[in-house]
Design a protein around this ligand. Sequence first.
Ligand code: CA
Length: 479
Amino acid sequence: MRRSAWALCAVLCLSACSGMQGLAGESPARMRRSPEDDRPGKCSYTFLVPEQKITGPICASSMGPVGDKDRVTRMDIADVRDVLSRQQREMEMLRLAADVDGALVSEVKLMRKESRNMNSRVTQLYTQLLHEIIRKRDNALESAQLENRVLNATAEMLRLAARYKELEARFSALAALVNNQSALITALEEQCPRLYGRRTPLVGPPLVQVVPENLPVNTFTNEIQRDHNRAFPRDPGPRMDPPPTVSPFGFAIPPQGNFSSEGPFGDCYQARQAGFTTSGIYLLKADGMEHLMQAWCEHALDNGGWTVIQCRRDGSVNFFRNWDTYKKGFGNIDNEYWLGLENIYSLAKQRDYRLMVELEDWSGKKVYAEYRSFRLEPESEFYRLRLGTYQGNAGDSLSSHNGKPFTTLDRDKDTFSGNCAHFHKGGWWYNACGQTNLNGVWYTGGVYRSKFQDGIFWADYGGGSYSMKGVRMMIRPID
Ligand SMILES: [Ca+2]
């Protein structure tokens, strides 16, 4: 616009200077110089200017040429304003866009943060899932192992069941065999009297009633032990003198150190009164006796002074002996032994004695039966037993033998038709045959099976079919 204005002004100026000649509508190529114009010193130009369409006001100043600053018109200002407004709109749009972008950026940031949180959460869940999978796999393995064990146990059970059936069949076969053999034995027993002229078959004594009905049980342990400890307060006692290597009386010295060379004493009570308080083997010499005897003195029970006349503890000595052996005594003084009927008779006649029977069952429980007086008749009376009243916690199984003579395999003085010593395999003051058999067979474990009850039983403690583990018979003068 400004440039076209400048061109128009130039044309007007040239026309005013030299007079304008030209033809309207002719092109500049057709411009030509007239002959007058070819005259020197005189120039004449004809400009053919294309027709300009003027829409706005044309500024023509008669004041001569003006500067560019003076040419700024309202159009220019309008143009500038248009441009400015357009730019303002664009800036506004840009600002709006920037605002939108900022919101978007914040939103994106938020979303990124959420995304990070989600990622960590997903990682956590993934870890948990992995742990769960591992745990389930372990559980599955354990289940499989348990299943295998159950299967193995089932197989073992089936195998045992088969084995049990097999054993049952074998047991049936053996039972049938035993029955056959029993029938055979019965037939042979019937034939024996005919073959050997024996008319009556061998009939044993009546079986001892089991009193009490139950065998010793553990529920009695504490009570019995408590009673026992109360009845037999322990006396530690001073140390005993060292045993000699050779006995001045010609007895064999046992290897144990429980031998006293002091004495002889009238009984263990005298040894105790002489100051000896250690249990062991002592030399005794009863009044009127010509020979010495050895006996075990028990000083640890009930203030001591007990002379042990019989001891059973391990079955090491056979008690199925004849009269003479029972009269003289047998066994080992420091273990199982029988003091001898003559020795017992000689001891017990010195003064008034009492008898203590100590019983030990197979659970280690100890009970006792005490009789307030004890003595024997002389041999001419077959060492008949004389007892006083009973006290204790074992039950009284010996009073029924009171007043009975002694019976051995070779000297039957009992009231039974047969020989009680034969059936009970011992020597005792049998009745017919009795409630106790302390010189019987030493069985292991308590309950035993025998046709004629030949164990070491005490009917009131365990009955006739329970054999004691340990027995001691002791005498001591009455205080
Ligand atoms: Ca008899």
